[in-house]
Ligand binder design. Sequence first.
Ligand code: NAD
Ligand code: WQD
Length: 344
Amino acid sequence: MKKRILVTGGTGYIGSHTVVELQQSGYDVVIVDNLSNSNADVVDNIEKVTGIRPAFEKLDCLDYEGMDKLFTKYAGIEGIIHFAASKAVGESCQKPLLYYRNNLVSLINLLELMPKHNVKGIIFSSSCTVYGQPDTLPVTEAAPIKKAESPYGNTKQINEEIIRDTVASGSPVHAIMLRYFNPIGAHPSALIGELPNGVPQNLLPYVTQTAMGIREQLSVFGDDYDTPDGSCIRDYIYVVDLAKAHVIAMDRILNDKQKESVEVFNIGTGRGLSVLELLNKFEAATGVKVNYKIVGRRQGDIVKVWADPTFANEELGWQAKATIEETLKSAWNWQVKLRERGIQ
Ligand code: NAD
Ligand code: WQD
């Protein structure tokens, strides 16, 4: 009998890649998504990749009654992976209350419903943004949490506290918080990938859209930072490697005799790459030049952050495997396919 997992935000970028890996690992997946930042044809594309159509409910995680009914309709949900959230840092500064409501209440609803429906555990999408600018690099899970630079980052920090307090209060929940670094790339099938609404805020979609001629020119936000080439450094992780980490974490929740607990893991490659290095590697990997110019710094940018993934490597038995070249090529292949399909 397949174990049933609820994936909130499952038609989103990371969620859709995780649904594919869950299905291919034998899990029965139910997706909940309100389609505020994705569309329903992702369900068709997941089916094309795996041959299995996941159950899909268009529903807002803020709808407590609706979520309660969902758990009843899909009896036997054993675990949850909670991706559903608003995630645009800049937008969160313009609309803080939307972010606090969406990102906090959706989690609270799930935590309240879990004991009622005997759900054993939850994997929460956290972010390296909780570290701010780490004092030492690479950054481990023991690094201090710094004051968030945005309401979005603050929602991740508060969510982690909500989870800790809930488990500490005796709620029979096993929670695993995965702190993602910078997920990039697309599934090798190029049937699913990152499809941001409007002008991309993140680096790689902007790079591939510029390379495709959709955007005139990439602005590199500063080359006067305290880094070897002056541009900011990040830990870019292949989204499929990230998705696989969720399957391992869910296996751990469902197969482990671990009593109620909270665990935190950095999910990164351990490799720092600057913006200018990434551009050079993109051009080398794809043969496509990217038109860019150096402009002023972007407010709130962290100068340099990359993971020490040792704990996840050893305790979870998870390792990022893709090279940066393979990852960048997957992003470009996805952009090419979007053009061929007339989508972008
Ligand atoms: P995404 O926007 O592609 O996916 C989020 C999905 O959740 C979307 O499909 C959206 O429609 C859905 N959603 C949002 N609010 C909802 C609600 N109230 N009810 C139901 N569905 C809702 O984002 P992503 O890049 O896949 O990120 C997934 C998670 O990972 C988010 O929690 C994000 O904060 C976190 N994260 C992302 C990154 C990144 O760089 N992409 C880095 C660190 C953490
Ligand atoms: C990466 C680097 C930019 C765009 C953000 C959120 C974080 C997480 C991931 C949700 C930076 C530079 C970017 C551009 C550029 N999201 N850049 N020109 O800022 O590390 O993290 O997304 O959890 O919370 O903060 O990612 O892709 O926006 O930027 O020069 O057009 O690329 O300055 O150095 P970031 P990013």
